[in-house]
Design a protein around this ligand. Structure first.
Ligand code: ACM
Length: 529
């Protein structure tokens, strides 16, 4: 996060991407033939939308939510949907096992095989709405689309008038990428459990399925580690600017992970090492090569701290931390950071990564890390997260040739903490200004020169928190760019079209207004209110 760093110069020449206008959405619903409905406003754009002109389904006081008989998971998705719809409609919306052409049905049978593991098919007729998928994750994605077909007021927490009309049609939909991520930095400024849950609810709306939590950095250690309690007692006691900081107890963290899981989002915990470790070094003198604990740090420079590569206790520490974090993590991945290790020599960095990767494996997990860790030649199973500012990245191409599949978070496109323009009060600008169109107009499958399209595992939007301290500030940076990145991660490239996207995005703001989500009213977007 250091403005003066060479590697973090402003990206020049944003890649001009070829726009393909043959998207299924565009061809299925020409504006002249069908009146515009919320079917045209879904974000992320579905694979295919087929309106049934003149047909609609209206929720009523007797509407039920039928879920796949025998499936607890389908029932949980049904309860989630009921939880969204009950406060605003005032309807009872009982969730009951069954299948019916009337009412709302969430079924795990009969979906078009094209939906795969995470997709769904949604049919709205005059009698009801049926979502079919092969998994509960697919049903959950279908529920997010269904929400967006209802009037925005359905998102209200208090009873609204309605009517609750859903346009008739069929949606067939599945994701482009398996990894559709958002990252939140809770280290530079701490965000409470409730603030993180609020963000989880927001990213779930856009079919994001990974929440990467940046849990440790120079300014704070935010997750209780029972075997090293001073990490949080001392290392969690402040933040950028000198505020009180904070941390999650393991119990609170488990609650967060479960809350995310109930929204089909897997939490990826990051313990950033060997750099970005001042909070740990300040908490335990023995982790320092000279045995002297540095003071806590509340500024925003980077690259000055390193674990002591030569000491055995460093690896006892890392082993303990990874063991406890792995035990809190149902997901496959542990993120080991590895970025900006400017206070670690290259040979030491390689040695460190070579010792730490087996520890991740020992605790039953797969490593992911910022792209610098490919210098150390990790195995192909380890996932590099690219955050560079250039489209030329031979390290990534070489890693792909060895079999790695890469998550893309190019700082010039996907970093939600970059200022929108010179007037933006929050955020940083070392990677340049990123207005909504900049965030949207790039093709993850053809972004890094020479990187095969199938070497891309997904897309993730990091939100670093040097300049933000609460949900309103977080949301101002995340919206409307998070939905733009989420669309790149979900939607087929054939649907990519800025002029259509900006209209769909504008319609989403009606929902943000009802939900109380703060956002930047970019002049690039034709807002409706
Ligand atoms: C990073 O922005 N240092 C990953």
């Amino acid at each position: 996060m250091l403005p003066q760093q060479g590697a973090r110069r402003r990206g020049l020449g944003r890649a001009l991407t070829a726009l393909v206008f043959a998207g299924a959405v565009a061809t299925a619903a020409p504006a002249h033939a069908t009146p515009e409905t919320s079917l045209q406003h879904i974000v992320p754009a579905p694979v295919a939308v087929t309106p049934r002109p003149g047909v609609s389904f209206t929720l009523g006081a007797d509407t039920k939510i039928h879920t796949q008989p025998g499936s607890v998971e389908a029932r949980q998705v049904g309860e989630y949907l009921a939880g969204v719809l009950r406060p605003s409609t005032g309807y009872r919306l009982p969730v009951v096992p069954g299948a019916s052409g009337r009412h709302i049905s969430l079924l795990l049978v009969g979906a078009d095989p094209a939906v795969g593991a995470e997709g769904y098919q949604l049919d709205v007729t005059g009698r009801g709405a049926v979502i079919r998928a092969r998994t509960a994750a697919g049903l959950f994605a279908g529920v997010q689309t269904f929400r967006q077909l209802l009037p925005a007021e359905v998102e209200a927490k208090t009873r609204q008038r309605g009517p609750w009309v859903v346009p008739g049609g069929r949606v067939l939909d599945y994701p482009r990428y398996a990894h559709r991520g958002a990252m939140l930095d809770v280290a530079r400024h701490f965000f409470s459990v409730d603030e993180v849950k609020r963000y989880i609810d927001q990213i779930a709306l856009y079919k994001v399925n990974r929440l990467h939590l940046h849990l440790t950095d120079d300014q704070g250690w935010r997750l209780e580690i029972k075997s090293w309690p001073n990490l949080t007692a001392h290392g969690g006691s402040t933040e950028v600017g000198g505020g009180p900081g904070g941390y999650y107890t393991q119990e609170q963290y488990r609650d967060l992970v479960a809350y995310a899981a109930a929204r089909h989002i897997t939490v990826i915990p990051e313990i950033d090492m060997p750099g970005h470790t001042n909070a740990a070094l300040s908490s335990y003198p023995e982790l320092n090569c000279d045995g002297v604990a540095p003071p806590l740090y509340t500024g925003i420079d980077v690259g000055f701290s390193s674990l002591c590569i030569a000491k055995d206790i460093t690896y006892e520490f890392v082993d303990d931390v990874l063991r406890e974090v792995a035990a809190l993590t149902p997901g496959e991945y542990l993120h080991i950071g590895g970025d900006e290790a400017h206070a670690t020599t290259d040979p030491d960095f390689d040695l460190f990564i070579d010792k730490v990767l087996p520890l991740v494996e020992k605790h039953g997990k797969t490593a992911t890390g910022w792209h610098e860790f490919v210098k150390a030649g990790p195995p192909a199973s380890a996932v590099p997260q690219f955050w560079g500012t250039k489209t030329v990245a031979p390290d990534m191409v070489a890693a792909a040739a060895r079999g790695s599949r890469i998550v893309l978070s190019p700082a010039t496109k996907a970093y939600l903490d970059m200022k929108y323009d010179a007037n933006t009060k929050l955020g940083l600008s070392w990677a340049g200004y990123t207005d909504v169109q900049d965030a949207y107009d790039w093709n993850p499958g053809a972004y890094i020169e020479g990187l095969p399209a199938d070497a891309v595992r997904g897309v993730e939007a990091p939100l670093w928190s040097e300049t933000i301290t609460n949900s309103a500030e977080l949301e101002f940076l995340a919206f409307p760019r998070l939905p733009a990145i989420a669309e790149l991660a979900w939607s087929p490239w054939s649907t990519h079209d800025w002029d259509r996207f900006k209209v769909r995005l504008a319609a989403q703001a009606d929902r943000w207004d009802v939900l109380g989500v703060n956002y930047y009213a970019s002049p690039q977007v034709p807002w409706r209110r």
